[in-house]
Write a protein that binds this ligand. Structure first.
Ligand code: A4P
Ligand code: MG
Length: 172
């Protein structure tokens, strides 16, 4: 085990191909490539309606995980993009189109990162029930490092959005 690791939280999503299988493969690759190290916590899988005015497209399967990493934020982003590509994701023809896998860095320790290609905490996290619900499941007391606001409170404020999300019987 490397002597310097940080705890990170990733959001996983897919709405093309076999989403559950894609998410399982992504987790297997994160482990096999030692991008995410034990202790790893996995959320349930959730079926979620498309968010963000992305038009008529399939529902997503979303999940979250936490684990340790020895990588820097930029190295982690590059490693996630590598896995996305290896799992068949093409550079998107349009923004927010259907994707076989989407791996987002939700949180990286307590760090706040604002660079042109990387924003942590993830920019839309507090508005997205599909990201918050699995995140709060694995870490109920987690708070936003920038504002101190609890993610559980952000989620409660989204109200009716939560009701549309379905917890799945399948697991990661
Ligand atoms: N980037 C910046 N910050 C981050 C970060 N914290 N983690 C940059 C990961 N990437 C980050 O992302 C575009 C660029 O964002 C990356 O190249 C990276 O440099 P992308 O995943 O390649 O493209 P995208 O996903 O099409 O765009 P974007 O804006 O990241 O979309 P999101 O936020 O990923 O949202 N509805 C439901 N129900 N479930 C979903 O999972 N996902 C989206 C896409 C929309 N609606 C959804 C879902
Ligand atoms: Mg993304």
């Amino acid at each position: 085990v490397p002597d310097r690791t940080e705890k990170v939280y990733l959001g996983l999503g897919a709405n093309a191909g076999d989403p559950v299988e894609q998410l399982r493969k992504a987790v297997a690759e994160l482990r096999a490539r030692r991008i995410i190290l034990e202790p790893i916590a996995l959320s349930s899988l959730y079926r979620t309606p498309p968010w963000g005015g992305i038009g008529d497209q399939p529902w997503f399967v979303n999940a979250a995980l936490s684990g340790a990493t020895a990588l820097s934020p930029q190295e982690l982003l590059a490693a996630l993009k590598q896995i996305e590509g290896d799992l068949g994701r093409k550079p998107a023809p349009r923004r927010w189109g259907p994707r076989p896998i989407d791996l987002d860095i939700l949180l990286f320790g307590q760090r706040i990162v604002r660079t042109p290609n990387l924003t942590i905490p993830h920019p839309h996290i507090t508005e997205r029930a599909f990201a918050l619900l699995p995140l709060v499941e694995i870490e109920p007391l987690l708070a936003d490092p920038a504002t101190g606001r609890r993610y559980a409170d952000c989620l409660a404020a989204l109200g009716d959005e939560i009701a549309r999300i379905e917890k799945m019987k399948d697991e990661l």
